[in-house]
Every structure is written in structure tokens, then in C-alpha cells.
Design a protein around this ligand. Structure first.
Ligand code: FES
Length: 117
């Protein structure tokens, strides 16, 4: 379902915006290629990717520098951390000065149980 989640002028070029909407953590990124929207959970430790380094169509996590392709959510640099899932990518569009994101119906799935150590 499409939701208007912020104004276009709140997201500068090469900027990020991390927000919550209907229970989803959403990361918006504007590059020269356009606006991208992903679930805002770093594949490493589910930290926010907000404030990460944006280069071309990639973002690097501000915590440990895992790098993801904004177009696909695929991990490009894993920094040696293994077994990480790709980031979930949402459809996004701009209309009349607003950014709209297509979020799934219902709340996000609960996190997986913690592994036994
Ligand atoms: S939390 Fe993002 S790289 Fe570690």
C-alpha cells in the first residue's frame, strides 16, 4: 500500500532519512539516480543505516561499513561478516513534492529468535 511518508525537500542529494511508518523502519536515500527506499535494518546487526556514506547507488553502514546496493538491497561489501541477508527494498516515487513508499500490508514480521550461544 502506498503511503506518503515525507516531503521531498526533507531529503537532500546524497542524504539519508531514517523514519518509522506503520511499524516499518524505512530508510530513504537520494542519489543522482533518484530516491531509494529500503527497510532500515543493516544486514549485520539491524542498526539504522541512516547517516551512512552514500556513493553512486550504494550506501555504507555508519557502524561497521557493510555496503549495500540501494537498487537491489544486495550486499556488495560484507567486511568479513558472514551469513547476512540482503536488505529489503521498497518501491518509491515522488509526487507533488512528497515521497511515497509502497509498504507491505500489516506490521513487519517479528525478529527471528536469538540463537543460543
Ligand atoms: S551494524 Fe551495520 S555494519 Fe555492523
Amino acid at each position: 500500500m502506498w503511503y506518503t511518508i515525507t516531503r521531498s525537500d526533507h531529503l537532500p542529494l546524497n542524504g539519508t532519512l531514517a523514519l518509522r511508518h506503520h511499524g516499518w523502519r524505512v530508510l530513504l536515500v537520494r542519489t543522482a539516480e533518484g530516491v531509494f527506499a529500503l527497510e532500515d535494518k543493516c544486514p549485520h546487526q539491524e542498526q539504522t543505516m541512516g547517516g551512512g556514506l552514500v556513493e553512486g547507488h550504494t550506501i555504507s553502514c555508519p557502524w561497521h561499513s557493510v555496503t549495500v546496493d540501494l537498487r537491489t538491497g544486495v550486499i556488495l561489501k560484507d567486511m568479513g561478516f558472514l551469513g547476512m541477508p540482503p536488505m529489503r527494498v521498497f518501491q518509491v516515487r515522488e509526487e507533488n513534492g512528497a515521497i511515497l513508499v509502497d509498504l507491505p500490508e500489516g506490521p513487519p514480521p517479528p525478529p527471528p529468535p536469538l540463537a543460543d550461544d
